[in-house]
Each structure stands twice: as structure tokens, then as C-alpha cells.
Design a protein around this ligand. Structure first.
Ligand code: ZN
Length: 94
């Protein structure tokens, strides 16, 4: 294999182990279930097309992505609405 490509593959492995080096700025994600939903991040603003999000400005889909992508999100995007931290603390108390 070409040595340049081998170097890139090794670099990719190192980068993959350091997700905090990446910062997600825009994202469209389809959540698959009986009723699919589209979750979107634009800068630090999350949206989801599910019913719950319309009332609460966050939802299980957004909160799940905040957890999955945490190392790659800005602090604002990670804790949008402060709701995620609040729920985490409540769950920890249960
Ligand atoms: Zn949702």
C-alpha cells in the first residue's frame, strides 16, 4: 500500500481516539422508529420535528445526540436549554 495512504490511515486512527478535536457545527440526523424524526443542529441551536420538542424545546432525540456527540459539541450545544443537565441530575438521584 502507498506509504502516504498508510500515514493517513494511522492519522485517522489517532484522530478518532480524540473526538474533542472535532466540533460539529451542522448536522441532520434521522431517528428511526415507528414515526421517524429529523433532529437538526445548526450552530448551537437544536431542533427536532417531534411533538415533545415543540412544547419543551428539547426531547429524547436531542438529549440522546447530546450524549453521543458530547466530546464534539460546544458547551452551549451540549447543554442547550440546560434541560439535559437538569434531567441528568434528577436521574442520578433516582
Ligand atoms: Zn424529538
Amino acid at each position: 500500500m502507498h506509504s502516504d495512504l498508510i500515514n493517513k490511515i494511522e492519522k485517522a486512527r489517532r484522530y478518532a481516539a480524540e473526538p474533542e478535536r472535532f466540533q460539529v457545527q451542522q448536522l441532520d440526523v434521522q431517528f428511526r422508529e415507528a414515526n421517524d424524526h429529523v433532529v437538526r443542529l445548526d450552530g448551537e441551536r437544536w431542533t427536532c420535528d417531534c411533538h415533545f420538542f415543540h412544547s419543551w424545546h428539547t426531547c429524547s432525540h436531542v438529549m440522546a445526540l447530546q450524549r453521543i456527540l458530547a466530546p464534539m459539541l460546544t458547551s452551549e450545544a451540549r447543554h442547550a436549554n440546560g434541560f439535559d443537565e437538569l434531567v441528568s441530575e434528577e436521574v442520578a438521584l433516582v
